[in-house]
Design a protein around this ligand. Sequence first.
Ligand code: Q46
Ligand code: ZN
Ligand code: ZN
Length: 311
Amino acid sequence: MKCKTCGGKAVVNMRQHNLALCKEHYLEWIPAQTARFIKKYWMFGPDEKILVAVSGGKDSLSLWDILHKLGYTADGLYIGLGIDGGFGYSKESHRLAKKFADDNGLTLHVVDMEETYSFNIPVLSEISARGHGKPCSVCGMAKRHEMNRIANQLGYDVLATGHNLDDEAAVLFGNTLTWSKDYLLRQKPVLDGHDGLARKVKPLCRFYEKEMTAYAMLRGIEYIYDECPFSVGSTSIYYKELLNQLENERPGAKLSFYLNFLDARDKGLFAGDVEKEEIPLHICPTCSQPTMYEGKCSFCRMIEKARGLNE
Ligand code: Q46
Ligand code: ZN
Ligand code: ZN
């Protein structure tokens, strides 16, 4: 297999794009494509300050690397969730995020849940009894809250996450199975900010997971291979496996599922529906972050409940 650009030995063959590339040209292609998506979806301009949510995994570290390479001002945010799973998941992912920042001279902000709020995610999840024994709903809420708080407090224009096409296609598949219109309306490469809610962007949303793995490996990025222990057996992993079966038979199916959805929505699939995002938000009196309903936000209510129970 030969590189389409230079005719040298190809190291990556992307059947879905009918494109094979050598290491050098693959490492140019990914950032160039990312720059194209950033422009196409109006994610951010060259002078905006970006906060990248960094988990220590291949996607978020690659995203940080690419933005840095493209010349953007992008700092990282690592949230210490306090998850162990028998192999020190949080400790190791923190170490790798910090190593990447140090090696590249980048700024990494760190929020440790236990230091800041006295409880780590598994404990908060047990106390709050949300999510039927799985900490993911508490974890998701806490991450959203903290990412927005830090973006606001430190004056970032935009929050970038490393969601790839496999993530987006799995979420889309789940929401389509249940026709969850509110979620389908909100699933976009860019969610505009308003009322204290930071703009959120997903610059990698059109890259297959295996394309990001290849990028991270060819770039020599050290990342945590293990997934969060709580992701084992999750529905989203099951949907990813199903979509991979489809993709194996029909290369490009995953990408066209996602892109045709974006296209259909742009053409008015949900015309007339009001986006929840656009409903005016209230301000939480405790943390000053935006919230859907009047009074304290659900994150602050959860923390208060946990503190109360522990007194
Ligand atoms: S939500 Fe759940 Fe993830 Fe939090 S507890 Fe782990 S699997 S990290 S994306
Ligand atoms: Zn080449
Ligand atoms: Zn609050």
